[in-house]
Design a binder for this molecule. Sequence first.
Ligand SMILES: *Cc1c(COP(=O)(O)O)cnc(C)c1O
Length: 396
Amino acid sequence: MPGRKGLFIPGPTNVPDEILRAIDVPMEDMRAPDFPEFTLPLFEDVKKVFKSETGQVFIFPASGTGGWEAGITNTLSPGDKVLAASFGQFSHLWIDLCQRHGLEVEVCDVPWGEGVPLDRYAEILKADRAHEIKAVLVTQNETATGVTSDVAGVRKALDDAGHPALLMVDGVSSIASIDFRMDEWGVDIAVSGSQKGFMMPTGLAIVCVSQKALEARKSAKLYRTYFSFDDMMNMNKNGYFPYTPATNMLRGLRKSVDMIFAEGLDNIFARHHHIAEGVRRGVHAWGLKLCAVEPKWYSDTVSAIVVPANVDGAEVVKRAYHRYDLSLGAGLARVAGKVFRIGHLGSLNEIMALSALAGAEMALVDCGADIKLGSGVGAAQAYYRERDRAERRAAA
Ligand SMILES: *Cc1c(COP(=O)(O)O)cnc(C)c1O
């Protein structure tokens, strides 16, 4: 049907028209004498999105996966031990990337639906008196299962054990959407990508790196060329890049960061929570469960919804796409067919979230789910109206 297609996958997310217009400009000279007047303030401002003053930002023409590779190869050596937890497709892929680079990964296997096991991390770190573990990995928001982990809790486990390992965070589907504090939490490497919370097309890996991690690069022996921090820093310090930067994407990033500051990070986090809570009310009104097994794991950027036993989640996604022009996220790997996902991050308001619920509801019923049409949408509507009533009461 005519009209805009609904895009409710957890990235790429909906790109605001202002950002599209900022990107839609002629090609420019990336060696122009005034290019640094644009890039140098941009580097500083992107850092603020990570809540970092002391870190260093790197912007690679890549996707989030490239950010993982940059973080690992610049700070570690072959055979180095890293601690990681596997509880969904993205945390799994990050571990796989480490293993393919010859790192020795101590993997905590966690049931899908839970997040980073703080007590196991704490035990392992305490037991590692020789400090063989060089890095601790945290997927802050596991996009496959809709689970958010406690990064500050991992920092505490490191501090309690007096452990010097680097703290590396995959924030691809959380940074600029869910609370993240680079400096306060002592994060050493934080990885993000342009197509999620930054509300842009895919194409930039955005990485923030602590001084401690920059120091580690001096002894790190993994090979890096394209993702070399050194090459990037040498050129970035004067506002240039070691190879052709994605100039249009940088223009988009400028607009994105301006929009993030105009709304305010804390307001953005509150909006994501509000939108997500409405979606969760809808899911529960359907009588369905989230893949995240406890509220403490609930993600404010993506909900993975467990379909009834008689329904195939992949069919729900197909039906929504073909019949209702609505893209939902499919269940990945171990939860393929068992869940579908609603991405609710980036440039999003209540009405958009309601449209996703309405479409998902129709597709679920079409695929045999015993759900009353309107039940999920109604529960979310009631929740969204509640805040408005509370605000009016407070104002009266
Ligand atoms: C999307 C995502 C990635 C992968 O990013 P790409 O941009 O697809 O390379 C990694 N981790 C998480 C948590 C993600 O959501």
